[in-house]
Design a protein around this ligand. Structure first.
Ligand code: HEC
Length: 620
């Protein structure tokens, strides 16, 4: 089976992958090393694809698709909800069993850039490199770099739309350098586009979906682009050509996923790791749980490791679950978001998610300061203790740990910001709906804490706040969903009225400055929620907050008055000729550079509206 898999899907180097998995992961060491694609099909697919379930293409139709395409459908396409409990090897086995060997040729772009227009040709143009314009993660763009003011924001119009072929999700964060926009996609295609026109310079096919922002790191006269994908690979590409310099797996664990964007310092990149184990655990046969959150420092030059820091100790067997399957702990404390660099104190801050199993650790739901040079943990400040949770808890499954949540991860970065009183503070928003301020000069001592939402498993504060050094702006998801497991995609019906809201807090003391209420879905439609889960972005005077209802809205930072609103949940004709559709906005959020605002639209995960576009707005 291993050789067959290698033959059929060479592009994911599965041979090495399985070897590493079986040699090292304690969970896998217990399970049989071979998986039959036919068995997986019978167990997980046949009931719909052999039985003529409405809209499900028949098995014969699936057999005309490439194995690579079927695998992506399971990883981040229409079948992602069906595939949640499936391990990597099962996905690969069923994709090979069904599909034609290999991969589809990437579609030739219909809009290549003209011969004279090269990547990075607008040297020293404004930019947004990585998750935030700077490694303090405030997502604040200066007036100079933004090239936009309040008057122009009121007049923003769509300039171009780009469509991600074959995708139903658009969740990747754009990065912009010297006139070129770099962005990943759910299908794993990474593209370099002209930031003003959307013409295509080059594309690169990654092994898995890419949602982390792409980080340019200077290398001689050019740049290396560093990013991770959702199945655990890290890449460095040459920014001008899109050619691969190196790639490697960051973690041997089969369920590793890289969601948080990297940051860099002096030729070293710091890459956080999270995982899929929470959803794997909905399968009672899954040995929950063995993934350990981590941060790894790699040399940009060749990908060699400087240090690696795990945030929980190696898991030990702790017993068996209700159906006799082994249980392991501690586990979890994943890092979902981009680390924050504090040059002055020589520290790298990360925020963590929950534990997946007991015993719970002091490093879950925490802000952790690591030594930049060694990765050693200098201090840990936990916001919530004893939070062990998996998705099995939603259905009272056997892999739900005894603590049963509440699943209040930090999903977003800590912001390092100087308050108007001159004091530097670290501000972090949690899925609990709390915003916390920590003191970087006193081992992260809590300075203040303010509630901005009710919180929940989908947030609370989800993907990111923003700060201009006066206030911190925190939007909340607070989606209210009725779970329904019938549909292949998504799995929830949202309340069209409940959720969302944007709060501005004073940095000195966390007191509320203003609150902008959310907008109920009008009219209510499937997949629509007023939740504001996506990250915010900020320029002087204006804060942008997208919503699961498909709108992107801009608010005055003075009083929260809405100054601009655009509904993306509609069809678009795209510059690259791919049929374009907008939907819920979640994940990355807007990026603002040189008179333009870029935003992704389409997010069916958790039940939102699907879509496949990147939209670029400019003032008339
Ligand atoms: C609960 C029913 C159900 C199960 C179980 C299911 N599917 Fe599907 N599948 C569907 C439906 C319905 C569609 C069509 C969705 C649409 O077009 O909106 C579909 C579509 C697909 C497609 C085409 C996607 C595309 O992008 O066009 C693939 C490939 C696929 N399924 C593979 C699988 C595999 C592999 C499994 C098992 C691991 C599986 N499905 C299990 C219902 C199911």
């Amino acid at each position: 089976m291993r050789t067959a898999a290698t033959r059929a899907i060479q592009f994911i180097s599965i041979g090495i992958f399985l070897l590493m998995t079986f040699a090292i992961s304690p969970a896998s060491a217990q399970s049989a090393p071979t998986v039959s694609g036919a068995d997986v099909y019978q167990k997980r697919c046949a009931r719909c694809h052999d039985e003529g379930v409405s809209r499900a293409p028949a098995r014969q139709v699936l057999q005309t698709m490439s194995a690579g395409r079927i695998l992506r459908t399971l990883d981040f396409g229409l079948m992602m909800a069906v595939a949640y409990p499936m391990k990597r090897e099962e996905r690969v086995a069923v994709a090979n069993f069904l599909g034609t060997p290999g991969e589809d040729a990437p579609p030739a772009p219909k809009n290549p850039c003209a011969a004279g227009v090269a990547p990075l040709s607008a040297a020293s143009a404004p930019g947004w490199a990585g998750w935030s314009p700077s490694a303090s993660n405030t997502r604040f763009q200066s007036a100079d770099q933004a090239g936009l003011n309040m008057t122009q924001v009121r007049r923003l119009k769509l300039k171009w739309a780009y469509g991600f072929a074959g995708d139903v999700t658009s969740f990747a964060a754009p990065a912009i350098l010297d006139g070129t926009l770099f962005i990943g996609s759910a299908g794993g295609l990474v593209q370099a586009l002209d930031a003003k026109t959307g013409c295509v310079h080059w594309t690169f096919q990654a092994n898995g979906p890419v949602r982390a922002a792409i980080l340019p790191v200077r290398k001689g006269s050019s740049y290396s682009l560093v990013f991770g994908d959702l199945i655990g690979w890290v890449y460095a590409l040459d920014a001008k050509s899109g050619k691969l310099s190196w790639k490697k797996r960051l973690e041997e664990h089969e369920a590793a996923r890289l969601t948080g964007s990297a940051v860099s310092l002096d030729g070293v990149v710091f890459i956080p790791a999270a995982s899929w184990e929470e959803t794997r655990s909905t399968d009672p046969q899954y040995e929950c749980c063995t993934f350990r959150g981590s941060v790894t420092a790699l040399r940009v030059r060749d990908g060699s490791q400087v240090w690696k820091s795990y945030l929980v100790d190696p898991p030990q067997k702790t017993g068996v679950n209700g159906v006799g399957v082994a249980q392991w702990g501690p586990s979890g404390a994943p890092v979902w978001s981009s680390p924050t660099i504090d040059l002055k104190r020589g520290l790298l801050y990360v925020t963590t998610g929950d534990n997946y199993s007991v015993p719970a650790t002091s490093t879950s739901d925490a802000v952790i300061a690591l030594n930049l040079k060694t990765g050693r943990i200098v201090w840990t400040q936990q916001a919530l203790a004893n939070d062990a949770y998996t998705s099995a808890c939603r259905t009272k499954g056997v892999n739900c740990p005894s603590t049963n949540g509440p699943d209040y991860d930090f999903g977003s970065s800590a912001l390092l910001v100087r308050a108007p009183n001159g004091k530097e503070i670290l501000v972090a928003g949690q899925k609990s709906g709390l915003v916390h301020a920590f003191d970087p000069d006193a081992k992260g001592k809590l300075l203040w804490e303010t509630r901005v939402g009710t919180g929940g498993i989908n947030g609370g504060v989800q993907w990111g706040m923003a700060s201009d050094g006066q206030k911190v702006y925190a939007a909340v998801s607070d989606v209210s969903a009725v779970m329904n497991t019938a549909g292949p995609v998504g799995g929830a019906t949202f309340d069209p009225v409940k959720g969302g809201g944007l709060t501005a807090l004073h940095l000195e003391n966390g007191a509320k400055a203003w609150f902008a209420a959310s907008h109920p879905c009008d009219p209510p439609k499937p997949g629509c929620s007023p939740g504001q889960s996506a990250a915010l972005a900020l320029i002087p005077g204006v804060v942008f907050s997208p919503s699961l209802d498909g709108h992107i809205r801009a608010f005055s930072t003075e009083d929260g008055e809405m100054v601009w609103d655009f509904d993306t949940a509609t069809d678009f004709s795209t510059v690259n000729g791919v049929p374009g559709k907008g939907g819920s906005i979640d994940g990355a959020g807007p990026v603002i550079v040189d008179g333009m605002v870029y935003v992704n639209s389409g997010y069916p995960r958790n039940g939102g509206m699907p879509g496949n576009v990147l939209l670029a707005f400019g003032a008339e």
